[in-house]
Design a protein around this ligand. Sequence first.
Ligand code: GDP
Ligand code: IMO
Ligand code: MG
Length: 431
Amino acid sequence: MTKIDVLVGLQWGDEGKGKIVDVLTPAYDVVARFQGGPNAGHTLEFGGTKHVLHIIPSGIFHKEKTNLIGNGVLIEPRIFRGEIEELAAKGVDATQNLLISQKAHLILPTHRMMDAANEQSKGGAKIGSTLKGIGPAYTDKTARNGIRVGDTLSPDFANRYNALRDQHIRMARTLGFDVEAFRIDGMTLAEYEREWMAGLDCLKRFRLVASEYFINRCLREGRKVLAEGAQAMMLDIDFGTYPFVTSSNTITAGVCTGLGVAPSAIGRVMGITKAYCTRVGAGPFPTQLDDETGRLLCEIGHEYGATTGRPRRCGWIDIPALRYACMINGVTDLFVTKPDVMNDFDTVSMCTSYRINGRETDEIPFEYNTAPIEPVLTPYPGWKQSLDGTPSYDRLPARLLEFLAAIERGTGVNIAAVSISPDRKDVLFKQ
Ligand code: GDP
Ligand code: IMO
Ligand code: MG
C-alpha cells in the first residue's frame, strides 16, 4: 500500500504548481486533479514552448503516465475539448492516458452566465471571478441540482439539462441580468450551447471511470499517485479570505473528498510558494506593493493571469499567511519558485508579522478583509546576480540561501527545491 502525495499552492494561486507537477511526474505513475476547474491556469515550459492547462492534469505530457480528472473537479466540455485539440496539435493524444471520474460535475453554459449575473449583482463587492462558472456549478452540486459526467449517458440527461438551464435563466432574470445580451466568447447562449454539446461528445470519447476505485486500487498495488491542486490555500472556501475565494477546498483535505481517498492515505504534502507573492482578483493582500517594486515584480515575473490575462497584484512574501498554509495543509516539503525575478533587486523583503491597530500578530485574524493590516517587513540584501546555470541548490548565491533559510525558519518547514526559471529543467533539489 502506498500513500498519495499531494501538491498544493500556499498563496493566492499561480505559484508554479503546473511546472512543479510536470517536473515531479517522472517519479509517479498517476497524476490526479482533485478540485477546481477551468478557473485554473497551469503553465508548463519545455523545449522552448509554453503550454497552459486548465482542466487537464499537468502530467499529460508524459505519455506513459496516467492522468485523472477526479470527482471533485468541474469540467466545462467546450473548454475541455479546446484543451484536448490543442494537445493533439502538439502531438499529445490525451485519449490514451486521461481518465475522467463519472462523478465529476459539469459546468453548463448557463453556469457561466450565472457567474456573470452574480458578479454584476454584487456591484462594488465583486470577487473578480474568472467567470468560468465555478461558483454556480459548485452551488448546484451542493444544492443537489448538478449534472455529473456519468449522468450525460442517462436517458433523462436532455430533460435534466434543459430544466437546469431554464432555472438558471429564470434566476438570472430575477437578478435583473440581460440574458439576451449575454455573450460567452462572442457567442449567444444558444450558439455556445451547440459548441458545448460538441464538447460533450468529445468528453464522452474518454474513459469515464469510478475513479475512487481506480485510485485506491493503484495505492493498494503500490503505484505512486500525485494529487495536483488548483488555486491555493488563501482561496480555499473555508480557510481563505472569504468571500474573496473560490468555491472548493483547495487544501490537502480536498484530496480526500475530491478523489475518494482516506485521510490516513495521505503521504507527503508539497507546498508551492513564490519567493514573493501575487494575487489576481479582488480581496485582501497585506504585502501588496503599489509602487515601482510591485510594478517590477509584475513585469519581470510576467505576472498576468494564465486564464484571464489580467495583471496580477504583486508584493512581498508573507510568512504569517505561509505558516497558516503549512499548518492547514500539513506541508512536509516546501518548493520555492521565481526567486530569479528579484535577481536585480537591492533589497528583498519578507513580511514576518502583521501590525493591526498597533498590536502585532503572526496569525491570520478573522477580520483579515476589513482590519487595517500593516505588514512588518524584514529586509534582506539582494543577491544581485543571475541564477542562470546554477548547477545545484548549494551553489545558489549566499544571500539567496540566507533568504531561503529565513523562509524555512518562518514556516518551520524544510525547502525541498527551488525553481529558477519557467523551464522544466531549472529546478534545484536540496540534497
Ligand atoms: P500555477 O497556476 O500555480 O500552475 O502557476 P501559473 O502557471 O499560473 O503561473 C506561474 C508562472 O510562473 C508561469 O508563467 C510559469 O511559467 C512561471 N514560472 C514557474 N516557475 C518559475 C520560476 O522559477 N521562475 C520564473 N521566472 N518563472 C516561473
Ligand atoms: P491556479 O490553479 C489565481 C481567483 C479569481 C478570483 C477568485 C474566484 O492557476 O493557481 P473563481 O473563478 O474561482 O470564481 O474566482 O479566485 N482564482 C485564481 N487566482 N490562480 C488560480 O488558479 C485561480 N482560480 C481562481 O481570480 O479572485
Ligand atoms: Mg495559474
